[in-house]
Design a protein around this ligand. Structure first.
Ligand SMILES: [Zn+2]
Ligand SMILES: [Zn+2]
Length: 456
């Protein structure tokens, strides 16, 4: 009996150790739920603010917002401060949701980062994340590049930055927009040990079987959604803009494999041919779309797909400077379509997601807020702010069970929502360009209930 008890004790101790390591493993798992913070931030009561919820056409003045832990607990005209709470007087200013960037690349902070020292590139990425957060941008959809480690460090509260919905490595066909090899470089699937480029930045896949493997590999690495290159791109050398990439069967394989994990495929696509093939395959999120016709845009709307596009305002300057290079010519080709796309989207009432497609230099992240002003050519300030908050949040939610943030909604100011919020000087609902100077006009930045800036 005694022996039996002692061996039971050993078994119990072993099981406890196993469970403890399983719990630790679950917390560290890429793409898994973020671990609970060691100590929740103290309650914060922000009084005397005009609340814009990210959805309504106007703000509600004379409100108080109580934040407890990571969430907004109460919104009311008068709220008694709980014991120990930090109390902030908003001075009647506007309180609004933190901004969401629907398309960025925090892990591509320099040109061809896969040719550089990984530690240096990661340091730049971390700094890019800080820059973005201090704009008042509290969440990003990261659409390609190895941002999963950064996403995890931010979720664990170790690194400072926005919440990151990572797609991990791009998935590209051979000679697609994710194939950045020089002409003399061997194909990574041709045998031997895959290099850093292959595993960290892009997975080259040809044929449905390879595409399935690439999608599953990305999901294993922590991708919350899959990013596929469905047509030619600007920054890659050997795929003209007009090329259509991946066959219907390949793209269907990707959509099915992503759906098996409860998530979706977003495609990089500029042309009618690329977008229509993606829609044929069941893709629900189109990135860019700058060269598509009104008919294709109508199809996107009719099928309930999403358009995540950019004004490429900052890229205009680059394309002008690089006009005599192949990249410059490709850039100009795409930029020529921006007016037509955005004008048609406005006319058809399509809720274009707000994004920057920032990558390639630290300047790209610093210039992110210029997207607000460029969009004024086609949309009102209110429309742009809805795109950058509640509309973008719908895209984030398409990740279903892969959504790393499931305690409440993002992109809205509502009881039970994540406490990602800004207090802003002036009225950005009337002039969104106020958010182009966040150092001056964004007076308070809170993410996940924690204050990152407080100048009130
Ligand atoms: Zn792209
Ligand atoms: Zn991109």
């Amino acid at each position: 009996m005694a022996m039996c008890r002692s061996s039971l004790t050993v078994v119990a101790a072993g099981l406890a150790a196993l469970l403890a390591s399983a719990v630790a493993g679950a917390q560290g798992r890429p793409g898994g739920a973020p671990p609970a913070a060691e100590a929740p931030p103290p309650a914060v009561l922000i009084r005397n603010v005009s609340v814009w919820d990210g959805v309504a056409d106007r703000a509600t003045p004379g409100q108080s917002v109580l934040v407890e832990g990571h969430l907004i607990r109460r919104i009311a005209a008068a709220i008694e401060a709980p014991a120990g709470a930090t109390v902030i007087d908003g001075g009647g200013r506007l309180l609004m949701p933190g901004i969401i960037d629907a398309h960025t690349h925090l892990a591509l902070p320099m040109d061809r980062p896969f040719r550089e020292d990984p530690g240096y590139v990661d340091a730049l990425s971390l700094q890019a994340a800080r820059i973005v957060l201090m704009h008042g941008w509290t969440t990003v959809r990261d659409l390609g590049g190895p941002s999963q480690g950064l996403a995890r460090a931010i979720a664990e509260g170790i690194a400072e930055g926005p919440r990151v919905y990572t797609s991990a490595a791009f998935i590209s066909q051979t000679s697609g927009h994710g194939d950045f090899r020089d002409l003399t470089e061997r194909h990574p699937n041709g045998g031997g040990v895959p290099d850093a480029f292959e595993h960290r930045y892009a997975l080259l896949a040809d044929g449905p079987a390879e595409v399935r493997r690439a999608v599953r590999e990305s999901l294993r690495q922590g991708a919350t959604a899959i990013k596929m290159m469905a047509g030619g791109g600007i920054s890659s050398q050997y795929d003209p803009i007009d090329t259509t990439q991946f066959s219907l069967e390949e793209m269907r394989a990707a959509v099915e494999s992503a759906a098996d994990w409860g998530t979706y495929v977003a495609v990089h696509a500029y042309t009618d041919a690329a977008v229509n093939r993606a829609l044929d395959a069941g893709v629900k999120v189109i990135e860019h779309g700058h060269l598509i016709s009104e008919a294709t845009l109508k199809r996107i709307k009719a099928e309930g797909a999403y358009l995540s596009s950019q004004s490429f305002g900052a890229a205009r300057r680059y394309a002008a400077r690089a006009a005599d290079t192949e990249r410059g010519r490709k850039g100009a080709q795409v930029i020529a379509g921006v007016d037509n796309l955005m004008g048609n989207a406005k006319k058809l009432g399509i809720p274009v997601a707000f994004g920057t497609d920032a990558f390639g230099s630290m300047r790209a992240y610093e210039a992110g807020p210029s997207e607000f002003g460029y969009r004024l050519r086609w949309f009102t300030s209110l429309e742009i702010l809805k795109q950058a908050t509640s509309i973008n949040a719908k895209l984030l939610a398409l990740t279903g069970p892969r959504n790393p943030y499931q305690e409440g909604p993002l992109g809205v100011i509502r009881e039970g929502a994540y406490a990602d919020l800004l207090v802003v000087e002036g009225d950005p609902l009337a002039d969104v360009r106020l958010l182009e100077d966040p150092a001056k006009n964004v007076r308070l930045i809170m993410k996940d209930g924690k204050l990152y800036k407080q100048t009130l």
